[in-house]
Design a protein. Structure first.
Length: 753
C-alpha cells in the first residue's frame, strides 16, 4: 500500500483500531482491483467488437454504431462507461496505479468474508493486551463465533487479519509426542463440531500436549463449553466473543463492495434484522449503496412480516418484568463466568415462574435461552413417564438422560414445565406413595446431587407453586419464585402492538385493550390472529372493528333493564374503590360481550400489610356492586354470584381466610384450620360458615353506607357508564368531589329517575 493516500477516507478510519483499519484498506484495494479488472475486460471486448465490425463491413457499407454506443451499459448491468465513471470520478481512493491494481487481485468482493474479517479485527482491537501477549507470552485464547457462516469464514482468514504471518503455526490436531517446541511459534485450532463423549479422552490428550509446549494457543469455536476439551477450558487465559453486526459494520461492508459512500443512515431497527444471510443477498458490487440498503430493508420487512406471533424478543415479553430483569442479570453473570471473573455458584441460576396458564412462561424460557445464547432442553414429568412402559426405572432413566444431556451441552437451560407434578411428599397418602416419593427424591438428587449444577440454568414453570414439594423450591435449588400474573390494559396494549407488527398504527386501541382485560398473553396472540383472519377472508385490510370483534365475539345488545343494572353494579364497585384507594389504575366497563355485562379492573391498589381493616375494605369493594343494586334498584340480581371467580365467591374466600386461617376474627381467631386458599376446608363446619356469613353481611352494610353517603355520585357514574360504556377512577373522583358539598335532601332508592 506504499504510495497510496485516502483523499476522503471511505469510513471514519480514525474511529477504527489498528487491525480493523488495515483490514478495511486491504479489502478496499481488493474490491477496487476487481472493478478495474471488469473495466479492462469490458474495454478489450469492446475493442474486439469494433475490429470485427470493421472487418465485416467493407468500404461503402453503412457505418456501424460507434463502439461507445454498443458498450453503453444496459439497465441493471455494470458496463464499461459506468465502471470507468465510478472508478475515475466517484470512488474515494486516489493515487492508485490502475495497472498494478488490475494485476493485483481479481476475486469478487464478498460481503460475508469482508464482514467476518472486520469483526474479527475489531474484536482484537478491543483487546490489545491479548495481541501483545500473543507475540511475547503464551496465552491460551479462545474465540467464540456462534454464527456458522461467520465461523467458516473466520476459520480461513483469521491469521491474515491478525497479521501473524511471521509466526510459524502448527495445527493442534497434528501435535504428537515428537513435536518439538522449536519447530513452531504458536498453535492454532479451529473447532466446528461438538466433542462426542467417545472422543473426549483423545481431545484432552491433544490439549495437554499443546499446553505443555508453553506456546501461544488460539482456538476458534462456535461455543467453548461444547466444542473444547476440559483441559483446554481449564488452561484458557482469555475468552472472546465475536461482536455483533452493527450499523457501522454494514456501512463499511457496503462501502467496500460498492465503492461508494452510504449517504443514508441505517436505522437501528433495520440493523437488528440484518445477519450474514441478508448481507450476502443484498450487498453486491453492481449496486449503489442506496440499492443495497433498500434491498436490506426489504429483507428486514419480510422477516418481520413472516415472523410468527411467538417470534418475539425478550424486550417484547411485556407483563413479565421481574422475569426479564432476572434474565438480563443472569446473562451478565454468565458472560462474567465465561471470562473467568466469577464462579458458577455466583449465578442466580434457578427460578420458578408461578402463574396461570397462557401467561408466557414457556415462551419466556425459550427467549431467555436465546438471550443467553445457550441451548435449551425442555422436560416434564409426563414426558419422563411416557418413556418406555412408564415403569419407575424407565422414568428415572429418562430423567437422568435429559439432565446428562444438559450437562454435556453446558452452559445450558433446563426448562421443567408443570413443576407442580412433583407434589409435596408429606401430603401423599394414596397407594402409590412410594412411587411418588422415589420420583421426587430422584428429581431433587438431579437438581443438586453429586454431579452438581455447574453449567446448568434451571427454569421451571407451574400454575400453583404451593402444590410443589418444599424441598424442590428451597434455597440453593429452585429458590427464586417469580409470580406471573395476567397483564393489565397497558401491557395488553404493548402485546397487541408487537403482534400487530405495524398494522392499525394510526388507530387508538386503548378501549379494545380495556375490553380484553383478564386476557393472558396467549389470549392476546389469539385475538390478533382472529382479527387478521376476519380481514383476510374478506380480502381487505384489518380494521379496529376486527380487533374488537376478536376480543368480545359477536356483541349482543343489552336490554335497557340489563344495561341499567350492569351500569349501577359497576358504578358501585368503582365508587367504593375510589373512596378507599384513590383514583389511580381503576377502570369500569359496561359492554354486552364476554361472559358478563361489565367489569371493574383495579390492580396493585392499597397497602399490603394484611391488616383486618385492609381485608374488610377488600370485602366492601367486592360486595359494592350488589350493594349498589339493592340501593338503586331495590333488589340484587344474580350478577354478583353463580360461579367461581364471581364477587360472592371471592368475598367468601376472603372472609373464610379471615376467620379460619389469618387469625383476625371469628369464634376462635387464633386457631389455624387450613391454608388461606383452602376455603372448602374452612367452611366444613357450620359454626365457621356462620362466622363467614357475619363478616360478609357486615361488609355489605358498610358498602351500602359508603354508597349512601355518595348517592348522587353513584347515580352520575351509573349514567355515564350507561351512555359511554366506560369510566376511569379520575373521572369518578371528580364526580364525587363535585357532589361533596351539595346538600342531599332527597334520596330515593329503587330506581334511577
Amino acid at each position: 500500500m506504499t504510495g497510496m493516500h485516502y483523499a476522503d477516507p471511505p469510513v471514519a478510519l480514525s474511529r477504527m483500531g489498528r487491525l480493523e483499519r488495515a483490514v478495511y484498506k486491504s479489502d478496499w484495494i481488493s474490491a477496487r482491483a476487481y472493478r478495474l479488472h471488469l473495466a479492462a475486460v469490458a474495454a478489450r471486448r469492446n475493442a474486439n467488437r469494433a475490429a470485427d465490425a470493421l472487418e465485416s463491413n467493407p468500404p461503402g457499407t453503412p457505418e456501424p454504431a460507434p463502439a461507445d454506443e454498443q458498450s453503453r451499459p444496459q439497465p441493471g448491468r455494470l458496463g464499461l462507461a459506468a465502471l470507468r465513471n465510478s472508478i475515475s470520478g466517484r470512488e474515494d481512493v486516489d493515487d492508485v496505479d490502475d495497472e498494478s491494481v488490475v494485476e493485483r487481485d481479481v476475486e469478487a468482493p464478498a460481503p460475508g468474508r469482508i464482514a467476518a474479517r472486520l469483526l474479527f479485527a475489531r474484536l482484537f482491537d478491543r483487546n490489545p493486551s491479548i495481541m501483545r501477549r500473543f507475540t511475547s507470552g503464551s496465552p491460551v485464547v479462545v474465540v467464540d463465533v456462534p454464527d456458522a457462516g461467520l465461523h467458516s469464514r473466520i476459520a480461513h482468514h483469521w491469521q491474515d487479519v491478525l497479521a501473524l504471518g511471521a509466526l510459524r503455526f502448527i495445527d493442534m490436531a497434528s501435535l504428537s509426542d515428537r513435536t518439538r517446541r522449536e519447530d513452531c511459534d504458536a498453535i492454532r485450532a479451529v473447532f466446528g463440531d461438538v466433542i462426542a463423549a467417545k472422543d473426549r479422552a483423545a481431545a484432552d490428550t491433544r490439549a495437554f500436549a499443546a499446553v505443555q509446549l508453553a506456546l501461544p494457543i488460539i482456538a476458534i469455536t462456535p461455543s467453548a463449553e461444547t466444542h473444547l476439551s476440559k483441559v483446554l477450558l481449564d488452561a484458557m487465559t482469555d475468552r472472546l466473543v465475536l461482536p455483533s453486526i452493527d450499523a457501522e459494520l454494514v456501512r463499511g461492508v457496503i462501502r467496500i463492495v460498492s465503492g461508494k459512500r452510504c449517504a443514508d443512515e441505517i436505522p437501528e431497527e433495520l440493523v437488528a434484522q440484518i445477519g450474514l444471510h441478508e448481507l450476502l443477498l443484498a450487498v453486491r458490487f453492481d449496486r449503489t449503496p442506496e440499492e443495497c440498503i433498500e434491498n436490506l430493508s426489504q429483507f428486514a420487512r419480510a422477516k418481520i412480516a413472516k415472523a410468527g406471533s411467538r417470534d418475539l424478543s425478550l424486550d417484547e415479553m411485556f407483563g413479565l418484568d421481574e422475569a426479564v430483569a432476572w434474565a438480563r442479570s443472569t446473562a451478565a453473570d454468565l458472560q462474567a463466568w465465561k471470562r473467568g471473573e466469577i464462579a458458577w455458584d455466583a449465578l442466580d441460576a434457578g427460578i420458578v415462574l408461578n402463574g396461570p396458564p397462557g401467561t408466557g412462561k414457556t415462551l419466556f424460557a425459550k427467549l431467555a435461552s436465546e438471550h443467553f445464547k445457550v441451548p435449551m432442553i425442555a422436560a416434564t414429568l409426563a414426558k419422563w413417564q411416557g418413556s418406555g412402559e412408564g415403569h419407575l426405572g424407565h422414568l428415572l432413566r429418562a430423567m437422568k438422560k435429559d439432565f446428562d444431556e444438559a450437562r454435556a451441552k453446558a452452559p445450558c437451560v433446563l426448562f421443567i414445565d408443570e413443576l407442580d407434578s412433583f407434589p409435596n411428599r408429606s401430603g401423599v397418602t394414596h397407594s402409590h406413595k412410594d412411587y411418588v416419593v422415589e420420583v421426587v427424591n430422584a428429581f431433587i438428587e438431579q437438581l443438586d446431587g453429586v454431579q452438581g449444577r455447574q453449567g446448568l440454568i434451571f427454569i421451571a414453570a407451574t400454575n400453583d407453586v404451593r402444590r410443589c414439594d418444599p424441598a424442590i423450591v428451597r434455597s440453593g435449588r429452585l429458590n427464586r419464585i417469580i409470580h406471573v400474573g395476567l397483564p393489565g390494559p397497558s401491557d395488553i396494549e404493548k402485546m397487541m402492538r408487537v403482534r400487530l407488527r405495524g398494522d392499525l398504527q394510526a388507530d387508538p386501541i386503548e378501549d379494545v385493550c380495556l375490553l380484553a382485560t383478564g386476557s393472558s398473553g396467549a389470549d392476546v396472540e389469539r385475538i390478533v390472529k382472529d382479527a387478521r383472519r376476519y380481514a383476510r377472508q374478506e380480502r381487505r385490510a384489518m380494521s379496529l372493528a376486527d380487533l374488537r370483534h376478536a376480543v368480545v365475539g359477536r356483541e349482543h345488545e343489552l336490554s335497557p333493564e340489563m344495561l341499567e343494572r350492569a351500569s349501577v353494579h359497576e358504578a358501585g364497585h368503582i365508587v367504593v374503590g375510589v373512596v378507599h384507594d384513590g383514583p389511580s389504575d381503576i377502570h369500569a366497563v359496561v359492554a354486552g360481550s364476554r361472559s358478563s355485562a361489565g367489569f371493574v379492573l383495579s390492580r396493585n391498589r392499597g397497602s399490603q400489610a394484611g391488616t383486618l381493616a385492609e381485608y374488610r375494605k377488600t370485602l366492601q369493594g367486592l360486595l359494592a356492586g350488589r350493594a349498589a343494586e339493592e340501593l338503586e334498584l331495590g333488589a340484587a340480581g344474580d350478577g354478583a354470584g353463580g360461579s367461581q371467580g364471581s364477587d360472592l365467591a371471592l368475598a367468601t374466600s376472603v372472609a373464610a381466610a379471615l376467620v379460619g386461617s389469618l387469625g383476625h376474627v371469628g369464634p376462635h381467631p387464633l386457631v389455624f384450620l387450613a391454608d388461606h386458599f383452602r376455603t372448602d376446608a374452612i367452611l366444613d363446619q357450620a359454626y365457621m360458615r356462620a362466622a363467614v356469613q357475619d363478616e360478609l353481611a357486615t361488609a355489605l352494610e358498610e358498602a351500602k353506607q359508603i354508597l349512601s353517603r355518595n348517592g348522587r355520585a353513584l347515580k352520575e357514574v351509573a349514567v355515564r357508564l350507561r351512555t359511554k360504556g366506560r369510566i376511569d377512577g379520575h373521572e369518578v373522583e371528580r364526580i364525587i368531589e363535585s357532589f361533596a358539598d351539595a346538600p342531599d335532601h332527597v334520596r330515593t332508592w329503587g330506581g334511577v329517575g
